[in-house]
Each structure stands twice: as structure tokens, then as C-alpha cells.
Write a protein that binds this ligand. Sequence first.
Ligand code: FAD
Length: 431
Amino acid sequence: KITLFWFRRDLRLEDNMGLYYAYENEENVLPLFIFDSEILDKLEEKTDARVQFIHDQVQKLHEALKSYSSSLLVRKGSPLEVFQSLIGEYEIKNVYTNRDYEPYARKRDREVESFLKEKNIPFYDFKDQVIHEKEEITTEKGDFYKVFTPYSRVWLKKFKAAKIEPVSLDGRKNSFYQTKPLPLPALEDIGFEKSDIKIPPLDINKPLIKKYDKTRNFPSLDGTSRLGIHLRFGTISIRKLVVEAARLNEVYLNELIWREFYMMILYHNPQVVDKAFKSQYDQIPWRNNEKEFDLWCRGKTGYPMVDAGMRELNHSGYMHNRVRMVTASFLTKHLLIDWRWGEAYFARKLLDFELSSNNGGWQWAAGTGTDAQPYFRIFNPESQLEKFDKEQKYVKKWVPEYGTDDYPKPMVDHKMARERALSVYKKALGK
Ligand code: FAD
């Protein structure tokens, strides 16, 4: 009989909690990865650097498992159907995996778990992608926190009290299922093509993190860690990173707490996927002008910081955090376009797309989210440029025609747009 370990967003052997427990507790552990057609078939573009990244990691795991005389079982399909077929192919004792908190993943896991239960196959899941999950950080009354600062205080307190030690597979034994290498589909076999977009390397750059608080706000600097995609797919262990962060820079650590805050918000409020966190904001009558949306997407608004950000995103799959805030504010406030449109566009383009953080970031910008920031604070894209890209290095990198006649005039007047947004928000909120 075999134990299946099901990899999802935890694509590493090192310090992987579910895998560690399978390896410690069981014999004949066969790791499994499913290219989930429920997710992949919805992607609009067949060249997607994220799918290629996953494929590369799957290939690496397949290779690494050879040194244990084992392999990785790789399938494509809907996970429930894959399990329905696997029980005919293998004698399965139990299934181990790591918990995933997104609404789709929770539904998927419940379905797989109940199917396996009917067959008397236990399904064990573990905490791996966060330090504190679900109900671990609550108010004294047991509610979830709706505001970041008190949440982060409790998060830190619990973190300091806990001893976080990375785990590794015991080299004295080999609990993996012994097999010749199993077939590995090529990227093309799962319906995708190679992309030219480069993935930031997996590297905890200690000197950079050490001065992160001083460099992180300036988009022309290489001042942030670029670890987003590695956190998203678990090629880095959050425990390892957090331990380093706590040593090196508390401002950086704070950002990792934001990541867990938004995951916790999504877990307790799955409706935020398509609704405002503060429901009264769903009354805003968005203008939703498609031509204006298109100018924003292509980086042709006539506001250089907005345009630089959108072009950076389109070209590289990345946008600096400061600029994400400016572009998102511009779309929702200056153009009064529904934050869900912007959120969906970022979701298509960002290498580090994370449902919880993207949703949290967009709702923050639109003023509809958890943050106490009042709706009437509207970013001025010109003064953001003045403050954070004074020498215009970032803007000139992405918008080379800036300052020439080829650069478009601003598509809306800042003062008019600001007043329009204020009055629309006020009216919708009955103020
Ligand atoms: P660093 O600045 O080096 O931070 C390290 C890690 O901390 C990040 O990789 C990320 O995991 C986490 N982090 C940092 N800032 C935040 C934050 N504000 N909220 C939550 N986690 C954070 N982040 C995503 O990971 N995925 C998204 O899809 C995403 N969409 C966003 C959309 C908008 C509108 C906004 C304003 C922010 C969004 N963010 C998102 C947060 C943030 O911009 C990115 O995490 C960061 O820019 C990624 O670059 P980095 O890896 O160099 O981060």
C-alpha cells in the first residue's frame, strides 16, 4: 500500500510540513502533482510564465526524487477525477497534503476528502504556507481581526513565544515509494507554451532585506526581495524566511504579516472575492468606461507613474508595491472603474498573483476593504512621482517618450477627477 503526498502550492522537499509528516509516519510515500484543469483551462493565455514556473518546479522535484530511487506522479485533470482514477491504479493507504485557504481550494479539498472517506482512505492536511492560520489569531472574544495593527501585535507575540524550527527529511531512512522514474508531461502536453518572462531567482538577499525599510518605497531601486512568486508556489518555506526576517528587519517582517492578514481575511470572508469587504461600498455606481480601462491597461493615461507601472507589469509580470498603490488608486478613484476590473487584470499579469493579497490591495486602494483609511484620501499621481521617483529614473525606464511630444496628455484632469470621485463616493455612502 502507498501513501500519496499531494503537492499544490508547496513545491519543495525541504521544510515541507505535510511531506515531512508523511515521511516520518508512513512508508512507501509517493508524491503527486496534479495540473489542475479547473484552474488551467480558465487561463486566457496559453503562454503563461507562472504555468511554466510550476512546470519547471515539478520537473525539479521529479529529478530530486530520483536520488531517493523514487519519483513524482504527475497527472492533468480535475483533482476529483484524478483521485477517482488513482484508486483503481494504486492501493492507497492514505493521502497527506498541506492546507490551502482559498475558497476554490477548500471546496476542492472537501470534495476529494469526502470521496476518499467513502473508500476508507484517510485524508490528512497540515499547516505549511503560513506561520499562524485560520483561528490562531483572534480577539479575546474569539472573533477574527478586521484591522491589521492589533492583528499584527498578536501575531508577533505568538511568533516570539513559539519556537520555529525548519524540518528536514531524515537522511537515515528512505520512506519514499521505490520506483523507476514515472512519465513527466512536457509543458506543451498540458497545453502551454514557453514564455520569455524571467522569474526572479530564489534568493534570500540578506543585505537587501537588512536595508529594506530604507529602499522599499523607491521603484527605481532594486529595493524589495522579489520573493512573491516563490511564496505563492511554496518554492521557499515561509518559516525559513520569517526566521531570517525577524533577525534582519522588522519592516520586512511586517510585510510578511500583511500577507497572512489578508489570507486570514479571505479565509473568514470568502465573499470578498467578488464583494466589497465593507458592503455599503457595493453601492458605488462605477463609470466603467471600457476605452478608459484600455488606456490604463496599456499605460497610456498621460500620468507617467501610472503608465510606467502598467508597462512594467505588462512587460515583466511585476510592478513595484508603491506603483501598484498608485495605479490602483488611479483606476478606482480617478476613472471610477470597478476595483474588480483592475484586480482581474493584475491577476492575469502578476507573476506573484496571490488571490488574498491582490484582493486586499485592490480593496485597500478603492477604500472598500479592511483598512480604516478614509475614502477621501486620494493619491495624487504627480506628487507620488515627485516623492518616490524624483529623478524620474523609473518613469524614464518604462516610458522612454516621457517629456517628448509623443507622450499623451493626461486623460483626465486630476482636480476634476478628485472632486468627481469624492462626490460619487459621498453620495453612494449617504454622507
Ligand atoms: P517585498 O516588498 O520584498 O515583500 C516580501 C513579501 O511580503 C512579498 O513577496 C509578499 O509576499 C509580502 N508582502 C509585501 N507587501 C505586501 C502587502 N502589501 N500585502 C500582502 N503581502 C505583502 N502581493 C502579492 O503577493 N500578490 C498579489 O497579487 C498582490 N497584489 C497587489 C495588488 C495591489 C493593488 C497592491 C497595492 C498590492 C498587491 N500586493 C500583492 C502586495 C505587494 O505589492 C507585493 O507583495 C510586493 O510588491 C511583491 O514584491 P516583492 O516580492 O519584492 O515584495
